[in-house]
Ligand binder design. Structure first.
Ligand code: SF4
Ligand code: SF4
Length: 327
């Protein structure tokens, strides 16, 4: 597109517009910096892998999760799944409004889906964890919105980890934000995310993502695939019909209907994290107690804190330091 048709825009114009459309927080990362520092150099997912032309800036939009469902302590709460799915829908609508507006100003733009994964990397293993096309959490750190926590979740000063983020790629000539300089996570001495995790999948600045997926997406592809296999392998047609009419199949149907329980699910680690201005104001009275905590988890956290005090940081931390402790 000829630059003559491009309206002059500043970073403030872009952010104000995103907030008008419904974003709670907005940051702008430099796409070329993201190209230079992919979160996983062995499997780089960079703006340049998506577009040759329009990845100059990554505009990161965040929408906070509702506090009411956060105050429900069970991880497998359908109200949570549903309310979060509505937040995701609203975030997607905000991103689409933004792209339509940017294109009206003369700047081609595209949305990176926050939940979808790269189909080229599916190798017939339904349980295998597949990462999104670009990591929105890492992009958010590059855009100055926050830093990563003990389990790799994005923490922000406003909402802690209780938000959803998405990325718009666009080659706008506006000033990008720098990374935040303040690390927000309190580390293993806090460890509330680990204490609350129902799957016990959180490690030392690490997470077993495959183990987590069974909770984050409890009625997702793995469950559908397991269920269909069970139907196919049932001994006779009566057993097959019984399975088709089971609660399992009802849950899959209900989740597929809106994505609640597929693109949303467990977020217990996000609920109990004390980072974020919303925690003491809206959540602490309902979430301070952690029913899933036990002495074995506490012993593991103590060992992590002890190792850190001696300066022994795990490999996972060293790999992710750029986004955990930006200064
Ligand atoms: S989403 Fe649930 S299972 Fe996954 S790390 Fe958080 S608390 Fe654990
Ligand atoms: S709960 Fe504590 S340890 Fe976990 S991410 Fe939040 S601040 Fe860090």
């Amino acid at each position: 597109m000829d630059t003559v048709f491009r309206a002059p825009l500043t970073a403030d114009d872009v952010k104000a517009k995103a907030k008008d459309f419904g974003a709670d927080i907005v940051g702008i990362a430099d796409g070329r910096v993201m190209d230079e520092f992919p979160p996983d150099p062995e499997n780089p997912r960079r703006p340049v892998d998506v577009t040759d032309y329009d990845g100059g800036r990554a505009i990161v939009l965040g929408k906070r999760l509702l506090s009411g469902p956060t105050r429900l302590p069970r991880w497998d709460e359908r109200h949570k799944y549903y309310n979060d799915e509505l937040t995701l829908t609203m975030l997607e609508e905000t991103a689409l409004d933004m792209v339509l507006w940017l294109e009206k100003q003369g700047y081609p733009a595209l949305i990176i889906p926050p939940t979808h994964v790269d189909p080229w990397l599916y190798f017939g293993k339904p349980a295998q964890h597949l990462a999104p096309l670009l990591s929105a959490s890492h992009a958010a750190v590059e855009a100055g919105l926050g830093t990563l926590g003990l389990n790799g979740q994005l923490l922000t000063p406003e909402f802690g980890p209780r938000l959803m983020v998405t990325i718009i790629l666009c080659s706008l000539d506006v000033e990008p934000d720098g990374r935040s300089t303040e690390a927000l996570c309190h580390g293993p001495e806090c460890g509330r995310c680990l204490k609350a995790c129902p799957g016990d999948v959180i490690g030392h600045w690490d997470r077993d993502w495959q183990g987590c997926d069974r909770y984050r997406s409890p009625h997702g592809f793995k469950e559908v695939s397991d269920f269909l296999q069970k139907v196919l392998e049932a001994p006779d047609s009566d057993a097959q019909v019984k399975l088709v009419r089971s609660e399992e199949s009802f849950n899959i149907w209900q989740s597929t209907l809106r994505g609640a329980g597929v693109v949303t699910g467990c977020r217990r680690c996000q609920d109990v994290c004390p980072v974020g201005a919303d925690y003491s104001a809206m959540l602490a009275d309902a979430l301070d107690e952690i029913a899933e905590d036990n002495p074995e988890k506490q012993a593991r956290l103590d060992a992590m804190a002890k190792a850190e005090a001696k300066g022994e940081m795990p490999e996972a931390y060293i790999r992710q330091r750029r986004w955990i402790t930006p200064s």
